[in-house]
Design a binder for this molecule. Structure first.
Ligand code: FES
Length: 159
């Protein structure tokens, strides 16, 4: 998740202005903002509406229609947990339940902008050594509850 700059309204305005003359500019602008900042801040809505002569409701509607757009900063750290068939057979669903039970963390929860998120992936090519996870580009096999908690930076990990 590294590489995004913090939201900057002036820079956002510059991006919007640079793309506003495109045909159907709303989506290219939203993608450009998300590429730059990691999300589309609600402050972008009036900028886009004014530049494209749209209502704020129309811009907001587009943002909420496409689930790819985030409206809050992305988590600093993302742990990808494999939940495909082989890792299921090796207990990944127990890890998902354990996160919910022991740490009140929901996998694939898009609502927050917390320090970290745990996201589902389907096969990391490490099936024989599952359950598998990917964190900071590192592939980890035979993940157990303690290791997963540690990867998430949660206190109380015993790994
Ligand atoms: S099924 Fe999990 S790594 Fe392949």
């Amino acid at each position: 998740m590294a590489g995004y700059r913090p939201w900057d309204q002036d820079h956002a305005r510059f991006i919007v202005a640079g793309l506003a003359s495109l045909e159907g500019a709303t989506l290219p602008i939203l993608h450009a903002l998300q590429d730059e900042f990691g999300y589309v801040d609600p402050q972008a809505v009036p900028l886009i509406a004014d530049a494209l002569n749209l209502s704020r409701a129309e811009v907001h509607g587009t943002i909420s229609f496409y689930h790819d757009f985030r409206t809050a900063p992305p988590p600093r750290r993302v742990v990808k947990l494999c939940r495909a068939e082989a890792c299921q057979a090796l207990g990944c669903e127990a890890l998902v339940s354990g996160l919910a039970r022991d740490h009140a963390i929901a996998v694939d929860d898009q609502s927050g902008s917390g320090e970290f998120a745990v996201e589902t992936v389907y096969c990391l090519g490490n099936c024989a050594l599952g359950p598998s996870a990917l964190a900071d580009g590192e592939l980890i096999g035979r993940v157990d509850g303690d290791r997963l908690a540690q990867l998430c930076g949660l206190t109380g990990a015993h790994a």
